[in-house]
Design a protein around this ligand. Structure first.
Ligand SMILES: Nc1ncnc2c1ncn2[C@@H]1O[C@H](COP(=O)(O)OP(=O)(O)OP(=O)(O)O)[C@@H](O)[C@H]1O
Length: 238
């Protein structure tokens, strides 16, 4: 769902990155259109989080180029996050001792905008974030990220530690966020079923390389093939 003739929300070309001079992800090229959700799948240690961290600017020197709305993104994470890239890392990105409203204020997000997106948060504005349920904390974290109107949103394991019904609700909200804001979302997921339910397109990573790409709608039917890619077999990958 890329906007007419517009540059993709997020474009990554030839990204090679890692830790302490050792490359962990190699030559990653991907793009995410406006309003599109792209899943990044792979088994533990495949390099998914490293890819997100490198795009966001958390890792030091690396090769390759990251563009948001066609403009190259450079510098450290705090510069990249100024309105252009939102990142939601694994775990709950909220301040547990502050209230829900204070969490939103700190991110300069209007509580009315946040509660329109996530009505569940409305009765919780005065509560400390630490007492919210896991799903509500993720909604708050998402609201803090989305409310800054980034063009590209990077999300690591939204479903982490949540019950399946809560995950499904959150993922359906993610779809509304993509559609209503036009942001391009790159979503790291372990669960094939969750990714199938929300991603327009999916990239499958193994040993730091993107090995296959397929529509989200084909994920379930191609689950065996995906398992083989997870385990290192490359046949059938297309
Ligand atoms: N801070 C770090 N220093 C050195 N190596 C790291 C660091 N973080 C991750 N790695 C290594 O980089 C590789 C890729 O890790 P990464 O966290 O990107 O994988 P992942 O696909 O996100 O896995 P998971 O699904 O388990 O989170 C792994 O071999 C990991 O051990």
């Amino acid at each position: 769902m890329t906007g007419d003739g517009a540059a993709p929300a997020l474009e990554v070309r030839g990204l090679t990155a890692g830790y302490g001079g050792m490359a962990v992800v190699h030559d990653v090229t991907l793009s995410v259109g406006h309003g599109e959700i792209v899943g990044l799948l792979g088994r533990n240690g495949a390099g998914k989080t490293t890819t997100l961290m490198a795009i966001a600017g958390f890792l030091g020197k690396h090769e390759g180029e990251v563009r948001v709305d066609g403009t190259p993104l450079r510098g450290p994470a705090h510069k990249r996050s100024r309105g252009r890239v939102g990142i939601l890392l694994e775990g709950r990105s909220v301040f547990p001792s502050l209230t829900t409203r204070q969490n939103l204020d700190l991110a300069s997000v209007d509580p009315d905008v946040a509660t329109e997106m996530f009505p569940e948060l409305k009765p919780k504005l005065r509560l400390r974030a630490g007492v919210l349920s896991g799903g509500e904390q993720q909604m708050l974290a998402l609201a803090r990220t989305v409310g800054r109107h980034p063009s590209a949103i990077l999300i690591d394991e939204l479903s982490f530690g949540l019950a399946p019904t809560v995950c499904e609700r959150l993922l359906s909200r993610l779809r509304s966020v993509a559609e209503s804001t036009g942001a391009g979302i790159l979503l790291v997921e372990q669960g094939v079923h969750y990714a199938a339910g929300v991603a327009d397109r999916v990239l499958i990573m193994n040993e730091g390389l993107i090995r296959a790409e397929m529509p989200g709608a084909e994920l379930i039917a191609r689950e065996e093939e995906i398992e083989r890619i997870y385990l290192g077999g490359l046949d059938d990958a297309a």
